[in-house]
Design a protein around this ligand. Structure first.
Ligand SMILES: [Zn+2]
Ligand SMILES: [Zn+2]
Length: 335
């Protein structure tokens, strides 16, 4: 083709894009469309969107279109990768119109890659939270599912994290598939992980007019980090702040189910774990006001010992009185 033919070819292609693109490809919006520059906004959700900038080399369409991608929400790394594969794709369309195929390709990428919006978080998780020798992570891009199998000593938990289409506007969803931690801890792991996810997208109740408008925060990394570091990898090694002996047994099958057994595991509000016997004794000994966790100095909250300092003091005084009575009886008998 001569340069004149090229010009005519390009004009024809631009005309087609102007007239048809937004109709044939939902989620696109033309920002500019002329020979010097084409700009198209390609959008899947509020978060998964990019503006593609195209320029035409002199010998277009005999050589590939020049592509640049910009986005306020997608990571630089992902955009660079996407440009790279778009360049490859453009080469397949040499000598024919390239705009529509490339824009379609980018739209399809955003539609099918649930993780395009959280690629940085996934890289962080792979690098920092997964031990490749012990743990496992399976990534299913098209359904937005991450399947984890995390191990610590003889304890494990397998769970799935679902990244919704509208992420991070909506939080990730968590589903436990199997675990050999005590049932009571498993419930705590899940409910706290859900709470972390929820907080990422909930507007704080108290706000002053000076704070910038609330933007949902990414919930994937905080949730996985909590489950891996603050739960699964933590508790098998953790000892009781009172007797300094490990709380979970070496073998998961030895976990004590009887809630009144002295070695039954109790987790308090600050997240430290105790033996029931140790904690019970500690909570029933004065001083009663603002009983603190010896490990972190925060006040202990636990439903089993959810009594006011006054009540605890009265009980203790009563017990002491009983003890004195008994001692008096013993003394009396000894006389
Ligand atoms: Zn203990
Ligand atoms: Zn504590």
């Amino acid at each position: 083709m001569t340069s004149h033919d090229n010009q005519a070819f390009l004009n024809e292609e631009l005309k087609y894009v102007r007239e048809k693109l937004t109709e044939i490809l939902k989620g696109t919006e033309i920002v500019a469309c002329h020979i010097a520059m084409v700009q198209v906004k390609i959008k899947r959700t509020k978060y998964k969107q990019t503006v593609a900038h195209f320029q035409f080399p002199k010998d277009y369409p005999q050589s590939a279109i020049l592509i640049e991608l910009k986005s306020k929400t997608l990571s630089e790394k992902l955009l660079n990768k996407l440009v790279e594969i778009c360049d490859q794709e453009a080469k397949k369309h040499i000598s024919s119109p390239q705009l529509v195929p490339i824009i379609t390709f980018i739209k399809k990428f955003l539609d099918e890659n649930f993780f395009s919006i959280c690629s940085d978080e996934i890289n962080y998780i792979k690098k920092n939270l997964i031990n490749p020798e012990k743990d496992e992570l399976k990534i299913k891009s098209k359904s937005g599912t991450l399947s984890f199998n995390i191990n610590q000593d003889k304890f494990y938990m397998t769970f799935k994290i679902f990244v919704p289409d509208n992420y991070p506007g909506e939080p990730v969803r968590i589903e436990e598939t199997a675990s050999n931690f005590p049932g009571y801890l498993r419930k705590v792991f899940l409910s706290q992980a859900e709470e972390i996810a929820r907080k990422c997208v909930s507007k704080p109740l108290k706000r002053n007019s000076k704070t910038p408008p609330f933007e949902p925060k990414s919930s994937l990394q905080p949730v996985v980090e909590f489950l891996v570091n603050e739960c699964i990898k933590r508790y098998p090694k953790e000892s009781c702040p009172l007797c300094h002996k490990q709380v979970l047994p070496e073998k998961p099958e030895d976990v004590i189910k009887d809630t009144s057994h002295p070695n039954h595991l109790e987790r308090v509000y600050c997240s430290h774990i105790y033996h029931f016997g140790c904690l019970d004794k500690y909570m029933k000994t004065p001083p009663f006001k603002d009983k603190k966790c010896p490990a972190c100095k925060s006040i202990i909250y636990h439903e089993k010992w959810n009594v006011s300092a006054k009540v605890a003091e009265d009980r203790w005084a009563h017990k002491q009185a009983k003890q004195r009575e008994l001692e008096e009886v013993v003394d009396f008998l000894a006389d």
